[in-house]
Design a protein around this ligand. Structure first.
Ligand SMILES: [Zn+2]
Ligand SMILES: [Zn+2]
Length: 123
């Protein structure tokens, strides 16, 4: 793995913020000031392909990138904030349902985050 690819992987693995490519680009630039946004995109695509990271499409605005470890997501309907949810792994149960191998699944639970809930209730 190239140093730049390793850096991008480290940025994602050390973050719980579900970063966009743009945010990863800003962080990578602190180490490699000359790095191009296209380099970020190319490496992100390769890392997704390798299964080293996950690509999230939770809202239509832009993709976010996340650690590959098994977890699910809470998505705020108001502000789009994504929080991790560590819940049971449903793979076995899903496999029993579909009668075959399940390669993966994405569980995005729509909710109102505490801040938005408080803001809406205060209106
Ligand atoms: Zn919210
Ligand atoms: Zn996550």
């Amino acid at each position: 793995m190239t140093k730049k690819r390793q850096l991008i992987l480290d940025i994602i693995n050390q973050s719980t913020d579900h970063l966009s490519a743009e945010q990863i680009f800003q962080q990578a630039r602190q180490v490699y000031p000359q790095i191009a946004l296209s380099t970020i995109y190319n490496n992100l695509a390769a890392l997704v392909e390798m299964g080293a990271i996950r690509q999230l499409r939770v809202q239509s605005d832009f993709d976010r990138y996340d650690r590959a470890t098994r977890h699910d997501h809470l998505v705020c309907q108001e502000c789009g904030q994504v929080s991790d949810l560590f819940w049971e792994d449903l793979t076995r149960r899903l496999e029993r349902q579909v009668g075959g191998k399940v390669l993966g699944y994405d569980l995005n639970i729509q909710y109102l985050c505490p801040q938005c809930k408080a803001r809406l209730e205060a209106k």
